[in-house]
Design a protein around this ligand. Structure first.
Ligand SMILES: [Zn+2]
Length: 354
């Protein structure tokens, strides 16, 4: 039986630190999109009512039963328009659904991250893509993964300046684009730092950190500052080395290949281009969820990367990753709890049992 973990209304005193019996049952209602009646509750403090549904990620969604299918389609590299056609949704509705799913998964990914092993092994790299137009609005996407489990710790996009061969035509296109969108700043360094810092949060308890990157000159100083020189060993590999399994960068090269394949918008010569950078970021979160939580590490495995790192006891289904709202950090309901146990309580129960 579901027990609300808190009052969902932020201004209420029972939101941040709920008392043990802060609410009582308050009748049921019959939602149009489901066959079963849903229990309502009433907060004894603010007197407002809510239900189990208030805590669900599909709260107030139209056609919530399509969310998991849409997630699977997009995570498999199908474009937004084609998914909309397949599901009989309008393009607008599909886009809005995806943005909401992306924001939800961003929180879920962060909420479920735990600590890496004592000897943390990381791979870091940047790939290039673009928003809107290839020759004028390029992007860099820093990606940080845990090397053994292939867990994607973080990936985000940053604007970079157009570079490479400049023809007269291209220079004009760049000038036109800058007139429309403003001067294009190079934000990649900041983005690299933020991505590596996400890893440092997970390596707080690690004695040593092994970081594998290519030989880009800006990496060593950022890495030393982020992880601490004393425990960091930074292995640099020439990026021109053939990309075969013996290449020390193989783990990240192969993850990038999977990303380019499964994220339609990273594919070269594709129609599925990100019109805006922030939607690429949401798509990256979708991919990270699929990669870390839903998919097996390798085809021969049974476990997901998150499971191998001990962040989750098993792989989750698309329905499960889209289950409970995740906007209360560790106080959000754990995706595997039926009764409404928070992630913090879940993890301390797991720690106590071990
Ligand atoms: Zn309340």
């Amino acid at each position: 039986m579901f027990k609300p973990p808190r009052c969902p209304y932020r201004p209420c005193s029972q939101h941040k630190s709920p008392a043990r019996k802060f609410c009582i049952r308050h009748g049921t209602y019959a939602p149009r999109c489901r066959s079963r009646r849903v229990q309502r509750f009433r907060c004894l403090s603010c007197k407002r009512t809510f239900s189990r549904q208030t805590f669900r990620a599909d709260y107030r969604d139209q056609k919530p039963h399509l969310n998991a299918v849409l997630f699977t389609m997009i995570a498999s590299g199908i474009g937004i328009r084609q998914s909309a056609r397949n599901l009989g949704l309008t393009l607008r509705c599909t886009e809005l659904k995806l943005r909401k799913i992306g924001r939800h998964l961003r929180r879920l990914n962060l909420n479920l991250q735990g600590q890496l092993p004592a000897e943390a092994k990381l791979h870091f790299d940047e790939i290039e893509t673009y928003e809107g137009q290839r020759n004028t609005r390029p992007l860099s996407v820093p990606i940080l993964i845990e090397s053994e489990t292939r867990f994607i710790i973080w990936a985000e996009s940053a604007t970079i300046r157009p570079r490479g061969t400049m023809t007269k035509k291209r220079l004009k296109a760049i000038a036109d684009a800058e007139k429309r969108h403003g001067i294009r700043k190079d934000r990649s360094r900041r983005s690299v730092r933020r991505t590596l810092q996400r890893g440092a949060k997970l390596a707080r308890t690690s004695r040593t950190v092994l970081l594998n990157t290519d030989e880009k000159l800006s990496y060593p100083s950022i890495a030393n500052r982020t992880y601490g020189k004393a425990r960091l060993s930074h292995q640099k590999t020439n990026s021109k080395l053939a990309r075969w399994t013996w290449n020390p960068l193989f783990a990240i090269n192969s993850e990038e290949a999977i990303m380019r394949d499964l994220m339609g918008r990273l594919r070269r010569e594709s129609w599925l281009v990100s019109k805006k950078r922030r939607f690429l970021d949401l798509a990256l979160q979708l991919h990270a969820t699929y990669r870390n939580i839903v998919r097996k590490r390798f085809n021969r495995d049974e476990e997901s990367p998150a499971q191998l790192l001990g962040f989750l006891p098993r792989r989750l289904s698309p329905t499960e990753v889209l289950s409970w709202r995740q906007d209360w950090q560790e106080q959000s309901v754990h995706p595997l709890s039926m009764r409404g146990v928070t992630i913090a309580d879940w993890n301390s129960q797991v720690a106590a049992a071990a």
